[in-house]
Design a protein around this ligand. Structure first.
Ligand code: SF4
Ligand code: MG
Length: 318
């Protein structure tokens, strides 16, 4: 009822000389207000393309994106402006997303300028408050991004993302480039900011243990599609999709599920090319449980008990 973001059958292919890379190939989900939905999967599964398509950094090929009940799939640049104010993005590499020639003050003032918020004195004050909220000293405002460590730079990128008090922040691998000790600090910062402001996160990571720490629900992607989406507790108790089970077997869990499930599973071979994904179930070439039907029929993402959805012929076939 009344989700913040609703995505239906979203498709985004990248056209290359070798053919169309089916990066996002029919993805549907919703995010509630203040919720964190994690997206996990191997690199190349389409997570980043999904995030960028939701931001309209890529134009979707098909499907619908609704934000606060409004269809924003095909809005023009000007109509998108109020939406952009409410949907921000944080990237893996803060250095790449922060203009190196600008001071922190300029970087953090820009969102207010673009949206015509406040006068010079007011913006100064807002920048000071933003720096404090992300754990940086107000004196840092006159420095440039290169004068900061990776973790501090990510704090600046976060400050910029939350400047306009967005309803949704898309975090694409926000801690993957950082040392493990710094990762925890940044994740804790993101969680605190969420508690303070009630914003929702779409949190993308290849690292299931990171996603498990922040997410309320988790979507598992494989070759451009969601294969399982479930509340974190349900997924932790029992991953249902064979691919999810493999992902789970590879990480040290804080509270491990049953011993049987802790046996280390490994995947056969490399992921197939997203240019020519296998027919039928896309996971069948690597699935330890593949049956003849899996090579012919793509399993639909179906509701099963516990508020979860799974796309596998073995699951929910009552
Ligand atoms: Fe494995 Fe078949 Fe399920 Fe695909 S549908 S995950 S191949 S059992
Ligand atoms: Mg990526």
């Amino acid at each position: 009822p009344n989700p913040l973001l609703e995505v239906e059958d979203l498709v985004k292919h990248h056209h290359t000389p070798a053919g169309a890379v089916r990066a996002v190939d029919g993805v549907s989900f919703a995010i509630g207000r203040g919720e964190t939905l994690g997206f996990v999967g191997e690199s190349g599964c389409g997570k980043s393309t999904l995030g960028r398509t939701l931001m309209r950094l890529h134009e979707p090929d098909a499907g619908t994106i609704r934000f606060e009940q409004r269809d924003v799939t095909r809005l023009g640049r000007r109509e998108m402006r109020p939406v952009r104010r409410n949907v921000q993005m944080i990237f893996q590499d803060p250095y790449g997303s922060l203009n190196p020639r600008r001071t922190v003050r300029q970087l953090l003032t820009e969102p207010f300028q673009v949206h015509g918020i406040g006068d010079a004195a007011d913006r100064r004050e807002r920048v000071g408050r933003l720096l404090e909220r992300v754990g940086l000293h107000p004196d840092h405002a006159e420095r440039h991004p290169h004068e900061f460590s990776g973790g501090q730079r990510q704090r600046i990128a976060i400050a910029r993302a939350i400047a306009l008090e967005p309803r949704l922040v898309i975090c694409d691998e926000p801690v993957s480039a950082l040392d493990v000790s710094i990762q925890a600090q940044i994740i804790n910062l993101l969680r605190r900011l969420q508690r303070e402001s009630g914003m929702a996160y779409l949190f993308i990571s290849h690292d299931l243990s990171v996603v498990g720490y922040v997410a309320d629900r988790i979507a598992v992607m494989y070759l451009g599609q969601i294969v399982e989406i479930a509340p974190k507790a349900e997924l932790w108790r029992e991953p249902l999709h064979p691919y999810t089970r493999v992902l789970f077997s590879a990480i040290p869990l804080p509270s491990p599920p049953s011993q049987a499930r802790r046996e280390r599973l490994s995947l056969k071979g490399e992921p197939p090319s997203p240019i020519a994904p296998p027919r039928g179930c896309r996971f069948h070439t690597r699935c330890p449980h593949a049956m003849p039907v899996c090579r012919e029929q793509a399993p639909a993402l179906r509701e099963v008990e516990g508020g979860r959805q799974v796309a596998c012929h073995l699951v929910g076939a009552a």
